[in-house]
Design a protein around this ligand. Structure first.
Ligand code: COA
Length: 183
């Protein structure tokens, strides 16, 4: 398993002039992550794989800050608010060269380039995990995420029909995108 390198935090200027710091998520960010979850609109919460409003999920993500097979990156405002979150999870078994990515940005920070910055940071973190293939799966209807990952060189590898069920019980198609990365 790859050695964890503590990525240096980097200050990023967004297109709208705001400044955020992109850095690794730590256990100390647990409260801020829970506030991030509370600030997400209901519509987003319906579709997210992780329920960021659930204390048990927040506790699991905080514990994963030390896990060998996880990397979590956050964008933090000068007021210490989490503006965006990305994670890479290295898969077990015969896919242990593959990292699966998640990415979400607070609505008030969208369309200012933050999603792209975080996507780049989490692909870099996947490399640090030792992954040579990176995948991301999302609802077929979520075109913004697909636009970001295509720009980063990801291609659609497949689509699964009615593969996700939202919190209202509705079924959705899933798109799986992937890219091969050099370690
Ligand atoms: C996907 C998401 C992370 C994008 O974050 P963002 O900060 O708005 O992204 P950026 O500002 O970096 O946008 C980068 C590019 O993506 C595309 N894009 C972003 N939002 C878009 C939208 N609503 N419609 C169409 N294209 C969009 C554009 O090409 C954009 O570049 P441009 O602004 O120069 O035109 C955000 O919309 C989100 O959190 N969505 C919910 C969760 C999700 O779908 N995650 C992705 C899969 S895990």
């Amino acid at each position: 398993m790859a050695q964890r390198t503590e990525a240096a935090s980097s200050s990023v200027a967004l297109k709208d002039g705001r400044q955020v710091t992109i850095r690794n998520f730590t256990e100390n960010d647990k409260l801020a992550l829970s506030q991030f979850g509370q600030a997400l609109p209901k519509n987003d919460l319906l579709y997210l794989e992780d329920d960021f409003t659930h204390p048990e999920i927040i506790a699991r993500l905080a514990n994963a800050a030390h896990a060998e097979n996880w990397r979590q990156v956050i964008a933090v405002s000068p007021e210490n608010e989490i503006a965006g979150y990305a994670a890479a999870l290295r898969l077990p078994g015969w896919s242990n060269h593959v990292a699966n990515i998640r990415l979400i940005v607070l609505p008030s920070y969208r369309r200012s380039g933050l999603g792209m910055h975080l996507a780049q940071a989490i692909v870099e973190a996947s490399r640090d995990l030792g992954a040579t293939k990176v995948t991301v799966d999302m609802l077929a209807a979520l075109t913004a995420g697909q636009a970001i990952f295509s720009r980063l060189g990801f291609a659609v590898e497949g689509q699964l029909a009615r593969h996700a069920i939202d919190r209202d019980g509705n079924l959705h198609d899933i798109v799986i995108m992937s890219a091969f990365v050099r370690v």
